[in-house]
Design a protein around this ligand. Structure first.
Ligand SMILES: Nc1nc2c(ncn2[C@@H]2O[C@H](COP(=O)(O)OP(=O)(O)OP(=O)(O)O)[C@@H](O)[C@H]2O)c(=O)[nH]1
Ligand SMILES: [Mg+2]
Length: 242
């Protein structure tokens, strides 16, 4: 139910693979939830917090550390995806792109990508590159929630001011603004809420899949409906309860 969160228990978290691009990613059989944001924002750290395994994704003080699409499987049934960050000039210089082309392709075309956690620094006023990236997500219909992170480094008042300012800057792009969460990889704040979003998302996908498989009056045995999972884009839409 909207606004209520389940307690998700992760009993197994394993490394699946590191892919240089979309074509190298594993099959699309499991729902994926990906972390994106500026280099050094804390994507790998937050993935570890959600997974409950400190050393699962590699963390570094060096910006631009994660260079591949790193995929991890939770409870053998869904995946967390650690993406290379954006906005790190040195990593981008060669290709003269502000955003990593392989990451954009993954975000745009990965059909089992259910939701993106777009990380924003709690301690900063809205940054041009984050606004530009969120606009790209909106234009490409990528379902996302905003995660203001590193909240342990800022006061509640600073977080609130920056969150409000960011939402004001993006408000014209939506009828209904995206859900916003506040997290810290240091304190674990926000973990249950993000896991709750994942749980809700998977429940919605399963319900949609079940609905699609219920025979209708017009369907017949000689004209079976193909299973929804195999044939349809399974991305949730932007009008989700959260
Ligand atoms: N205080 C604080 N530090 C954090 C938090 N999350 C991450 N860090 C630190 O920020 C630095 C970068 O963390 P990463 O998780 O590697 O960041 P990333 O976004 O994966 O970085 P790239 O892979 O380079 O894009 C590390 O020194 C972390 O310890 C947080 O919530 N609070
Ligand atoms: Mg990283």
């Amino acid at each position: 139910m909207a606004g209520e969160f389940f307690r998700v228990n992760i009993s197994s978290a394993t490394f699946n693979c590191s892919a240089p691009d979309l074509d190298s990613c594993p099959d699309e059989s499991l729902p994926e939830f990906a972390f994106i944001g500026r280099s050094n924002i804390g994507k790998s750290s937050l993935l570890n917090v959600l997974a409950g395994e400190r050393g699962l994704a590699r963390v570094s003080t060096t910006p631009g550390f994660t260079k591949l699409i790193n995929i991890f499987t939770m409870n053998k049934t869904w995946r967390l995806v650690d993406l290379p960050g954006y906005g790190y000039a040195h990593a981008e210089r060669k290709v003269k792109l502000r955003f990593n082309r392989a990451v954009l392709k993954y975000l745009e075309h990965r059909t089992n990508l259910c939701l993106v956690f777009a990380l924003i620094e709690s301690g900063l006023a809205p940054q041009k590159i984050d606004l530009e990236f969120v606009e790209w997500l909106v234009r490409h219909d990528v379902p996302f929630v905003l995660v203001f992170t590193k909240t342990d480094k800022v006061s509640a008042a600073t977080l609130e001011a920056n969150r409000t300012a960011f939402l004001e800057r993006i408000s014209a792009w939506f009828e209904k603004p995206p859900a916003v969460f506040a997290c810290s990889a240091v304190t674990g704040k926000g973990r249950q809420e993000l896991l709750g979003v994942i749980e809700e998302s998977m429940a919605a996908i399963n319900a949609e899949s079940d609905r699609a498989q219920v025979p209708t009056e017009s369907s017949s045995i000689s004209d079976p409906q193909p299973p929804a999972r195999a044939t349809r884009k399974r991305r949730p839409d932007l009008n989700r309860p959260w």
